[in-house]
Design a binder for this molecule. Structure first.
Ligand SMILES: Nc1ncnc2c1ncn2[C@@H]1O[C@H](COP(=O)(O)OP(=O)(O)OP(=O)(O)O)[C@@H](O)[C@H]1O
Length: 282
């Protein structure tokens, strides 16, 4: 099974970079014809199976970068590929799953109905859909809630449904924009551990936007630190805290974890006062 860390992946179909961003700028034109440079000179490679977090002050372009990868925006300059394909082709081929801060579940569909939605849209047979949703329900620990509706679930459970739905088509890449941002701290930490377990099991690469330094460190193989607008990559910190399987709850108490948190904090605040807007130190 592929594991986190590109070097260990042997499947020929996944040797290509999961994401390759080269010389990308993104300039928005507002309704009043003003221009906003959201991203400048972005170069980033995400290996298959690698977990990469994007962190930086509010408005530095984290979501824009994720939206470019997801083909929800197009670069103004530069190129961007997903498993060697254009972002557009990768979207058509369902190379990635997406999970955002709001779980975005359909309230009139059951948990199972929500998880099966992408499969239904792509005309997967009812039996195959059922088998896959059973598997995913087990993976996210919601086997007993298949027939419940989203408003009968807690926020954390809803977010697990959203993750299961993002994984429905076995994507090799997950794009996540603050998926745990609305959860309480305890649920958030539990979800982080579960996400690591799921990534270990599926071998999916992840690009993860967060405002939380400890969350970025706990989850990531590398933390990409971005600077305020125009968003650039200030630094990339490799986090050597072991594989997904090795990162248990105890990791949060280890010296290596605190060191990495301090390093990210220093990188973030390199040019800005401590307490820079939009980044949580907790
Ligand atoms: N469609 C748009 N039109 C004009 N400006 C935009 C558009 N989308 C984003 N921007 C601008 O681009 C910049 C980057 O926004 P983005 O949402 O990517 O930042 P972010 O780092 O994700 O912020 P936050 O942490 O607050 O979510 C901001 O200045 C934002 O106002």
């Amino acid at each position: 099974m592929p594991q986190r860390g590109g070097a260990r992946v042997t499947d020929a179909s996944t040797t290509e970079a999961a994401v390759q961003v080269t010389g990308v700028d993104k300039i928005f034109t507002t309704k009043k014809k003003a221009t906003v440079t959201a991203l400048e000179k972005i170069d980033l490679t995400v290996a298959p199976g690698e977990f990469v977090s994007l962190i930086g002050p509010s408005g530095c372009g984290k979501s824009t970068l994720l939206r470019l990868i997801a083909d929800l925006e197009t670069p103004s300059t530069g190129t961007l590929t997903v498993f060697g394909k254009t972002a557009r082709q990768a979207r058509i081929d369902q190379e990635y799953g997406i999970a955002f801060q709001q779980a975005g579940l359909l309230p009139w569909r059951t948990v199972r109905g929500n998880i099966e939605l992408p499969l239904e849209l792509h005309k997967v047979s009812p039996q195959a859909r059922r088998a896959r949703s059973d598997e995913l329900l087990g993976m996210v620990g919601l086997g007993d809630f298949a027939d419940n509706y989203p408003d009968q679930l807690s926020g954390g459970m809803q977010q697990r449904v959203a993750i299961a739905r993002a994984l429905a088509e076995s994507p090799k890449l997950l794009l996540m924009d603050e998926p745990f941002g609305a959860l309480d701290e305890m649920t958030r930490e539990r979800m982080q551990t579960e996400l690591l377990r799921i990534c270990g099991e599926t071998g999916a690469a992840v690009v993860f936007v967060t405002h939380s330094i400890p969350e970025a460190v706990y989850l990531s193989d590398r933390v990409v630190v971005m600077s305020p607008r125009p968003g650039r990559i200030r630094d990339i910190l490799p986090v050597k805290l072991g594989s997904a399987e090795e990162r248990g709850e105890g990791l949060r108490e280890e010296a290596g974890f605190f060191d990495a948190v301090s390093k990210v904090r220093e990188l973030l605040h390199g040019e800005a006062p401590v307490g820079v807007k939009g980044v949580e130190n907790r």
